[in-house]
Design a protein around this ligand. Sequence first.
Ligand code: NDP
Length: 284
Amino acid sequence: MSNEQNFLHELVGSMSQGAAGNPTVAMIEAAFAHHGLHWRYVNMEVTPADLGAAVRGAKAMGFRGFNCSLPHKVTVIQHLDGLGESARVMGAVNCVVRRDGQFIGENTDGKGFLKSLAAVTDPRGKSVVLFGAGGAARAIAVEFGLAGAKDITVVNRSEQRGRELVELLQAKLNLPSQLVVWSGDYSVPASTDVVINATSVGLYDATARLAVNEASLRPGMVVADVIGNPPRTRWIREAEARGCQALDGLGMLVNQGIVGVQYWTGIEPDARVMRQALERALGL
Ligand code: NDP
């Protein structure tokens, strides 16, 4: 994998705008170092106008792949050679992998979530309530559909965004799904197996409350959050207090990094090392 003779590094990039201080760098580079890989993960500030040139440049320079974040997740697709299954269904890419000289777009957001979930339950046959209908919710919902979930209820403030997601799940994945337009406190049906906050509520604010009737959370439900900073959101603390199995957003972020490293290098990186590096980078 590495070229020890002339000490060339294998390169993986991260293309985004306003990427300063991206904590993912520390996490991915910790994995490379821990496993003795002569690889580097490089943060690159790329404007929308330069995206095509940047992708061609990365290919010409032999990059093994790159992550891309906002505002490039959808527009990058036109510059790639192909798409993995979930990226094709959701129409968004956050991870590009070089395979046989081709740049293939994948989406690891939802895969990271399901990998985190796998530690506590199997998504197959599960009844899911999902708060939010943005990029994170879409990625998670598509992976649940591909993994054989029983049904999904999307709860979202904006009816249009919510409807678009439900229609995508029905049309492309044949997944029984319904929309609840969110107003007031939502009560989680007792038959729910997995409840996920995929909104931005709680980001940088440990006191922010999700509009949910907390008494409807029952012991045994798996309750998850996409918010990784802070990891102990009010939603996560409430779920634990009610005897639910709680999964924080930091786990999703680490597992998303793990899937990326697996794609690029072919190794199974050490999750503990990556989580520690991420926590240090976030100052937790
Ligand atoms: P988007 O902007 O695409 O979507 C935001 C969603 O949150 C929308 O559904 C929006 O509803 C909803 N929302 C925002 N504020 C409120 C509120 N006060 N009450 C109810 N709903 C609200 O963002 P993303 O989906 O890209 O990201 C969402 C969060 O997920 C971010 O905080 C991000 O940090 C996190 N994330 C975490 C990852 C991880 O690995 N842990 C990976 C990716 C994202 P509406 O449509 O009505 O506006």
